[in-house]
Design a protein around this ligand. Sequence first.
Ligand SMILES: C[S@@+](CC[C@H](N)C(=O)[O-])C[C@H]1O[C@@H](n2cnc3c(N)ncnc32)[C@H](O)[C@@H]1O
Length: 303
Amino acid sequence: MGFTSFKSNVEAGDIVIIFMGHDSMFPLYVKKGEISQTKFGAIKHDQIINHKYGTKFTCSRGWVYVLHPTPELWTITLPHRTQILYTADISMILFQLDLKPGSVVCESGTGSGSLSHAIIRTIAPTGFLHTVEFHEDRANKASLEFKKHGLADYVTVYNRDVIKLGFPVTSVADAVFLDIPSPDDAISAAANALKQSGGRLCSFSPCIEQVQRTCTNLRQQGSGFKDVQVFELIRRSCNVKRVFVPMADLGLDNDEVRSKVVGESNVLPSVTQKHAFCCRTCVLPKETYGHTGFLVFATYQPN
Ligand SMILES: C[S@@+](CC[C@H](N)C(=O)[O-])C[C@H]1O[C@@H](n2cnc3c(N)ncnc32)[C@H](O)[C@@H]1O
């Protein structure tokens, strides 16, 4: 069920995403006989069992859609126990770490499991994730969540300090991911976990000072790492709008120019718009999502 493969109908025991709008969704564990409240009224779980994912259900004050869970929807609906990674950074991480079905990955810390869900979907059904979290309660909650989401076959959560004790496996990982306050202190732990034939490392850090220390340690002679690269992803959406663009006076009659540029049907009638033509363009929004963090990537090639 769920995060690693798709199915068409909702069953008891599934986790589903209740969609009430793009900024209003929540995850729901479906149980026979239960009733859950939404801002649009109650949903009876028995009402949605056996229906197709994507079905629209009418409640007393509105409607909701029942969506199939995906790592992307989980990222925007999960219970936050820590800061989490979002889909833009996650996409870059999966791509740059060259993850695919069968990859073995070591991660620390697990945090709220946002990235872990996306890693597991990418490496399943033959890969494995070893994820290390030193906060006991977070480690237990993540472990329970993976079980409830049907992911237990693809992941083990270890409650330990990755800096003091390293990863629990040696020379098996195709990739290592670090999202901890001092990744520079975990470079040798990462090297020990990676395969001797080589692999990829990524470290996520909000501050440039963390990045500087990490890059210094990665570039140290004998570290085994090379090709160090740093990225920052800034998400910027573009609104497509109709605008009036002033026309240059090329010595021709403006009506003639306009009809050549936009066609007779679009000739603008008003006097004030006489020396402009209308087109669609991309307008940047006034507010954009800000900085999330820096992504440091490196290749491990010990010999
Ligand atoms: C920002 S959260 C990770 C969020 C995660 N990437 C996600 O997408 O949900 C950082 C986590 O690293 C854990 N952590 C910090 N230092 C650690 C260490 N030395 N060993 C293991 N875990 C550590 C913290 O307890 C915290 O849960």
